[in-house]
Design a protein around this ligand. Structure first.
Ligand code: DAH
Length: 342
């Protein structure tokens, strides 16, 4: 019987080495340790052995059993490791520098227009800046001349974090950092996602995009502002767009304006998008308030500048004829692709 045990030990080792998958290891386990497995059979065979030999043989068989169990477990682990290495190896061979060849889908309409605007402004010497979505109260309000308790805050209720920071309500929240970063003179645009606690309907969302721009230098006037706004709009809409400028109040500009465009959805006739007025507010703007320049470390006695806060989401709605703002955040590809597939 001893030879039989030894022969089994050898046989097991050879068979184990041939296993390459956890299924094969499991089969081997059943063949040796299962109810009818050969090690189990050996143990059963002990009944017929006389008492003297029983003890010694029993020890040998149990030793073999333990060895088989341990080796099976080791083999399962080795196979698992090898599989992982194979996958990592395959991932490493993936060449991320290869050009994308098979793209299905398209850019979101907001991305398309944002990039187009970035190109237009870059060609006019503006730097493009990215800015945080979570900002401090100072950045969002105080640095742009909206002190605590100022009524202008009522229009911009937003989502607050427990640490007192907030989701930015407008891209103007980046003005201070950008003025500090570049000093004067500077030209920069900074697109970004903004958040407000809004009652949602066809033209209001709690999440929307704006694109802010500032230009600071000696002798910047309203004429410069109008020139840049008109150039930008005619490029975006690829046609002459009727605009009107009317006074508007924003604490961070003086004077401040509302720049409206003739509603392109109804052609100025009046529809739900333009609240039946024929005009859509698109780009509030104005001359940067001296307090804002000062907060940004720029001397308002030497420098002047203009700022605008383009409603990017609204511009996209106009350009593509999107009647319901909710379509843009819906993630509904059917709704979105109709605007981006020519
Ligand atoms: N931050 C303003 C808002 O979201 C928009 C705005 C108005 C930005 C006038 C400007 C500006 O830069 O000059 O309501």
């Amino acid at each position: 019987m001893k030879e039989k045990i030894e022969a089994l030990r050898q046989q097991f080792q050879e068979e184990l080495e041939k296993t390459g998958s956890s299924d094969q290891v499991e089969k081997l386990r059943v063949a040796y340790l299962g109810k009818k497995g050969c090690v189990t059979q050996l143990l059963k065979g002990l009944k017929e052995v006389d008492a003297q030999q029983k003890k010694e043989l029993g020890q040998h068989i149990n030793q073999l059993k333990k060895q088989v169990e341990d080796k099976l477990a080791q083999q399962v682990e080795a196979i698992r490791q090898a599989e992982m290495q194979r996958r990592i190896g395959a991932a490493e061979r993936y060449d991320v520098t290869l050009p994308v060849t098979d793209v299905s889908g398209s850019y979101h309409p907001i991305t398309i227009v944002q990039r187009q605007l970035e190109e237009i402004f870059a060609s006019m010497g503006f730097t493009i800046e990215d800015y945080k979505e979570i900002v401090t109260d100072y950045e969002c309000f105080e640095a742009v001349n909206i002190p605590k308790d100022h009524p202008a805050r009522d229009m911009q209720d937003t989502y607050y974090l427990e640490n007192g920071q907030l989701l930015k309500t407008h891209t103007s929240a980046a003005q201070n950092a950008i003025l500090r970063k570049y000093g004067a003179p500077c030209r920069a645009i900074f697109p970004g996602r903004c958040f407000r606690n809004e009652a949602i309907d066809a033209s209001h969302e709690n999440t929307f995009f704006q694109m802010e721009g500032i230009m600071v230098d000696t002798d910047i006037s309203i004429s410069n502002l109008i020139y840049f706004m008109k150039t930008m709009l005619s490029e975006v809409f690829e046609r002459d767009v009727k605009v009107r400028l009317r006074p508007g109040f924003f604490p961070f500009v003086e004077p401040g304006f509302e720049l409206d465009i003739n509603c392109l959805i109804c052609g100025g006739e009046g529809c739900s998008t333009c609240h039946h007025s024929g005009w859509v507010e698109l780009c509030p703007c104005g001359m940067i308030h001296p307090n804002v320049l000062k907060a940004g470390g720029i001397d308002p006695e030497t420098y002047t500048g203009f700022a605008f806060g383009l409603g990017l989401t609204r511009l996209v709605m106009m350009k593509y004829g999107v009647k319901d703002i909710r379509d843009l955040n819906s993630g509904n590809l059917k709704a979105l692709s109709q605007f981006t597939h020519e």
